[in-house]
Design a protein around this ligand. Structure first.
Ligand code: F0G
Length: 381
């Protein structure tokens, strides 16, 4: 068997469009190249006329889109001779930073809100050997501490305020344009710290041959897409927040963000201007969703399509469902939604929602047969 065609991650795939120093070692776990899954049952069930795809970023190596940014940020930090990375996180960034630091042979320090991150994410950070500092505060406070810390100590910040993170994350748009042969009409995604919507917009813009000189201050323009544009359009960008953590709807930071979708429990987004630029330049919008709507969409997607995403990710689907139903996203649109993280990250929330579905049955044929019969009648009715 030959390894010649082995996929080796997005730096090898897109190095000519990424601002890494010549010859820099790619710290990779094979991230990127995630499936773009066409939704079939869900739109049919809801009577929605739409060509709708989900980009399942939960299938990245550590189970979230953060790996796209982390491979580039950690590779850059290593090229600069850094020995340690630091981040604040609602969970996924810490899991990804811990894994990529392990791969690079670097130390990782992560600040997380005590008791407020999903179990799977905590397990990842600990397993990969990060120093996990649980703070008695939220993400926004954590990020302020990280900024102050990096002023004093030799640490590379790998939150999305690090421009290399967005450069890596822009590759999601490259993959979507390649897969569809064009950019979609609409793109929906959840918004927390707002790095990802900004990165999507950079990627779509570069795919369309549109870039701002100096958009990347670190590579003197080497990352600009070479050659002809790959698409003649950019999508309308739509960002969804949880109702209790919706600074973009309020127009100002939220002091005490609250939502069941802990990944986006963020009140003071750092990529504020870039996210507004993405929405305004594309003719898009921000909107907010109740926790109940987010969880209902998570269940619906899991039950009808076999796709299990985490609650924050489900906001991209919940919001699109609502906007399709009310025609804000017109019928017949080509729509892509980013599913930012895997459902297994947060088993507690999944089980809490589905409690009544677990049956307890004696280990006897009669009892099991009875339970299955009842189930069959229900599903085939
Ligand atoms: N979805 C998931 C699953 C996330 O983990 C995050 C952010 C977002 C959406 C929002 O992305 O911040 O770029 O707007 N998680 C970060 C973390 C903050 O620490 O893991 P964003």
């Amino acid at each position: 068997m030959s390894a010649a065609n082995r996929y080796t991650g997005l730096i090898d795939r897109y190095r000519d469009r990424l601002p890494l120093p010549e010859g820099a070692r790619a710290v990779s776990l094979g991230e990127g190249a995630t499936p773009l899954i066409r939704l079939e049952n869900l739109p049919r069930r809801l009577g929605l006329e739409v060509e709708w795809y989900v980009k399942f970023e939960g299938l990245n190596p550590t189970g979230s889109f953060k790996d796209r940014g982390m491979t580039v940020a950690v590779s850059q930090a290593l090229a600069e001779g850094r020995r340690a990375v630091v981040c604040a996180s609602t969970g996924n960034t810490s899991a990804s930073a811990a894994a990529y630091a392990a791969r690079a042979g670097m130390a990782a320090f992560v600040l997380i809100p005590e008791g407020r991150i999903a179990l799977g994410k905590l397990a990842q950070a600990v397993m990969h050997g990060a120093r996990v500092l649980q703070i008695q505060g939220n993400f926004d406070q954590g990020l302020r501490l990280v900024r102050a810390l990096a002023e004093e100590l030799p640490l590379a910040i790998v939150n999305s305020i690090n421009p290399y993170r967005l450069q890596g994350q822009k590759t999601i748009a490259f993959e979507i344009v390649e897969a569809l042969g064009r950019a979609p009409d609409y793109h929906t995604l959840p918004v927390g710290n707002a790095g990802n919507i900004s990165a999507h917009w950079i990627g779509y813009s570069e795919s369309a041959g549109i870039w701002e000189t100096g958009a990347c201050t670190h590579c003197a323009g080497r990352c600009l897409l070479q050659g002809a544009p790959l698409t003649d359009r950019r999508p309308v960008m739509v960002g969804y927040q949880a109702r209790g953590a919706a600074p973009f709807l309020q127009g100002a930071p939220v002091a005490e963000p609250e939502t069941v979708a802990t990944a986006i429990r963020i009140g003071d987004p750092q990529s504020w201007n870039q996210a507004w630029a993405a929405v305004n330049e594309s003719g898009g919008w921000f909107d907010a969703l109740d926790d109940e709507a987010i969880l209902a969409a998570q269940r619906l997607l899991a039950e009808t399509e076999g796709v299990f995403c985490e609650p924050a990710s489900a906001a991209a689907v919940a919001g699109a469902m609502r906007d399709l139903e009310r025609g804000r996203i017109p019928a017949g649109s080509l729509l892509v939604s980013t599913l930012t993280g895997h459902g297994l990250k947060d088993p507690d929330i999944a089980l809490r929602q589905t409690e009544g579905r677990l049956l307890s049955v004696p280990a006897e044929l009669a009892a099991v047969r009875e339970a299955v019969r009842a189930g069959l009648e229900e599903t085939c009715a």
